[in-house]
Design a protein around this ligand. Sequence first.
Ligand SMILES: *Cc1c(COP(=O)(O)O)cnc(C)c1O
Length: 357
Amino acid sequence: MEGLAVRLAERSRLGDLDLDRAVFGEIFSDHMFSMAWRDGAWRDPEIVPYGPIPIEPGAMTLHYAQMAFEGLKAFVGVDGRVRLFRPDRNARRLRLSCRRMCIPEIDEDDFVAAVTRLVDIDRLWISDRPGHGLYIRPIVFSAEAHLEVRPSRSYRFIVMTCPVGAYFTSGDAGLSLKVEDRFARTAPHGGVGETKTSANYATTFAAGRQAREDGFDQVLWLDGSQHRYVEEAGLMNVFFKLGERVVTPELNGAILPGVTRESVIALLADRGIAVEEREVAIDEVVAACDDGALEEAFVTGTAAVVLPVGRLSFKGRDLIPLLAGAAPLARSLHDELTGIQYGRIEDRHGWNRPVDV
Ligand SMILES: *Cc1c(COP(=O)(O)O)cnc(C)c1O
């Protein structure tokens, strides 16, 4: 990246920490990438020690949430090489989120170059233990101090990274989901559900907290207009195996287009299974549970990769114990995807982006 300034930390914090005990999102690695939008251009790209940034109380993002973020991972492969998984997809999605939120778009090549350089500098933060990696969190937000309700004139783009272990440790039980029939994640028809913008996340906390109090891990979201069609599970995309068929809700504008979702659809196509992307009524899922057609349900996302659903509850009724321990399709997709990410399996789609020294 042109004009990138690098100022390294005087001392790494890595020696003070036990990475194997890192809880997701709690520890940040030594460096962050930063650049600023001023006077109509992205300027001053730099990699500096991770740390607090000055922000004015009047900064527009604190008031109106004009911001977007991303989430992707880097891995150390079995051959010792560091790889990013499909960063071009995150670059594109961030650009589309920015466009929707009236934030100046970040060039996709610049995004990938920034992430690559940052990961290269903090490569020692990536544990080579199975299931471990470096979670990368880019954010872009409005920085102008002004209370008028309009797009900001200045922005910051920051990329930080966190060491991560295996995200869920629920073991063979799988994820337990409560079908959410009261709250909505997002609005249909013209909302921002397909955008990774911060406003979509705080609004889910009330439903998530209630689900946990009721003994579930996450909610299964239904559409925001009729509460009839399945959309997502927590912050993950969802798939159902009905006999020989695999179905997933179609990208209707309210659903976040997951990179993992797209990758799983491609892996299934390689196996000769054409995933049906269409409306999935919760009534269809309930009926399939009752007549035994529902063989598996699983969720996909960068953090969890592919995780079987072990329990589904609708209007206080436990539909079925899905016996996640078996979940052969979810497990084989998980193994194939992580096999590619860790360089154990040939990367036939060219998804990995090596971070070369
Ligand atoms: C990020 C996210 C996903 C998963 O996307 P991946 O690119 O697979 O990580 C799914 N749903 C929501 C709401 C998300 O924010």
